[in-house]
Design a protein around this ligand. Structure first.
Ligand SMILES: [Zn+2]
Length: 461
């Protein structure tokens, strides 16, 4: 399936972007005074901007229409009128189980261990690759509509998940399970399965798909299996997705079994690196945070899921102060119950302010950075997540001409505190429109909803 990369000129639009570093502001064709619109030097805000997208990349971002047109070099382009619109990066959802959309609104009000072992696992035993495919398509439609253009997925039947993402033109870091029962009756890692999965998806579809290894948590497997998994990470250089310290029980059980807290034990197995995505991290002490920072782990903060499952509060302010790269996730739709990062961004900010009793902690620019640039880095996509020339054309357009966003004021505050996903008008990934003026372009939404209802019902039959 080939999607057309569009050449587009956005005219007189408001642009807001995180910056990877202060020097990258020089890539923008703006005066210093424009950058000062933000209190955060790692963020730029440009009013009445022109943005050119050519061949899947941003080619010009600045104030000069003639220069913006020049980059098309006489090839055709579409014009997008930016009146009352904000252009910013599409978001990255760094933790979730996308096919669990099929279990939405059916597994509620259980504490985590009861929820997982007594409610979720029995339903998952009935899953086929077809269930997973249709659950994924539904989740992708929901994410695209709510401003998300990239996600991590930790689930089973991963070829079906990756196939759905590829067809939708969606960025994905997808887990390979890669374990099977051996002759001894125990589960073992199957190295060929993991290397075949990795080479198939990354070599053929590396623009959009990254692969990683499913290491569910420190509590689900016996020690020999973690060592087999760690062997794969060093042999193949494959990244890891793992839940860490989601509940107090997990921490207590890990100390009782291994004499170490979960981060230290996973590190002892050899499973923490700068390509590890660690979901939750609700119960960390200072040593845990220092270790995660030292290893360069990306933390996926999932405040809605942590609240809903009664797990607790992750202290994001302390993580950022410790030097950890923090991003945002929704977790699965069975524990949230939506995949809407606008809600996570807002909740993450309020939670941090309430927890520290300091309203200046976790600012709107920081939350935007977590939702975009940090998330894309965590998923393994370089030069993605900022609106900068030479970076991939991943963006969303938000319509601000509505009562809830009037007056607009500071754009970062407007996006974090008063915007709603309903105001996302368009979304582009790698130069391809996945949603254009409210219409999904790569997913047949009506069909996706009908199929998801059918396959969801069969899980309960
Ligand atoms: Zn999870």
């Amino acid at each position: 399936m080939i999607h057309r990369k569009n050449n587009v000129l956005f005219e007189r639009i408001k642009v807001i972007t995180s910056l990877p570093d202060a020097a990258s502001a020089d890539l923008l064709d703006i005066e210093e005074v424009d950058r000062l619109n933000s209190s955060d030097k790692l963020q730029a805000v440009i009013n009445d901007a022109y943005v050119s997208v050519v061949g899947g990349k941003f080619a010009y971002v600045g104030k000069d229409r003639a220069k913006a047109v020049n980059v098309f070099d006489n090839s055709k382009y579409d014009i997008y009128n930016g009146r009352d619109l904000v252009l910013w990066s599409s978001m990255a959802n760094t933790h979730g189980h996308i096919p669990m959309t099929l279990m939405r609104n059916q597994t509620d009000d259980h504490n985590l261990h009861d929820w997982l072992f007594n409610v979720v696992f029995p339903m998952e035993a009935r899953l086929t690759p077809e269930h997973v495919y249709h659950g994924t398509v539904l989740g992708l439609a929901e994410m695209i509509r709510s401003g998300t253009g990239a996600a991590a997925d930790m689930y089973y039947h991963s070829n079906s998940v990756a196939q759905a993402a590829l067809e939708a033109g969606f960025r994905l870091n997808v887990c390979c399970d890669g374990k099977k029962e051996g002759a001894d009756g125990k589960n073992h890692v199957v190295p060929e399965e993991i290397s075949d999965f990795q080479s198939h998806w990354q070599e053929n579809f590396g623009d959009l798909i990254r692969t990683s290894l499913l290491v569910h948590s420190v509590y689900l497997y016996e020690p020999y299996l973690y060592r087999e998994l760690a062997q794969q990470t060093s042999d193949l250089g494959i990244s890891v997705q793992v839940h860490i310290s989601e509940t107090q029980k997990e921490v207590d059980d890990c100390i009782a079994k291994y004499g170490r807290r979960p981060p230290a034990q996973l590190d002892n197995f050899g499973l923490l690196s700068d390509s590890t995505i660690a979901a939750h991290c609700v119960f960390l002490d200072d040593d845990d945070r220092a270790l995660l920072a030292r290893r360069g782990v990306t933390v996926a903060h999932n405040p809605s899921s942590n609240f809903k499952l009664g797990s607790g509060f992750a202290d994001i302010d302390a993580m950022i102060k410790a030097g950890i790269r923090v991003s945002l996730g929704t977790d699965g739709a069975a524990s949230n119950n939506n995949l809407n990062l606008y809600q996570e961004m807002r909740l993450a900010g309020f939670l941090a302010k309430g927890l520290t009793k300091d309203a200046s902690c976790l600012t709107a620019p920081q939350l935007i950075r977590m939702a975009t640039y940090n998330g894309m880095r965590g998923l393994g996509f370089d030069n993605t997540g900022c609106i900068l020339p030479g970076w991939t054309a991943d963006l969303q357009i938000v319509d601000t001409n509505n009562a809830a966003m009037t007056p607009l004021g500071n754009i970062d505050a407007a996006l974090v505190y008063s915007a709603d996903s309903n105001y996302v008008e368009s979304l582009m990934v790698d130069g391809v429109w996945l949603m254009y003026k409210k219409e999904l372009k790569t997913i047949d939404e009506e069909y996706a909803i009908a199929e998801a209802n059918k396959f969801s019902a069969s899980l309960r039959a």
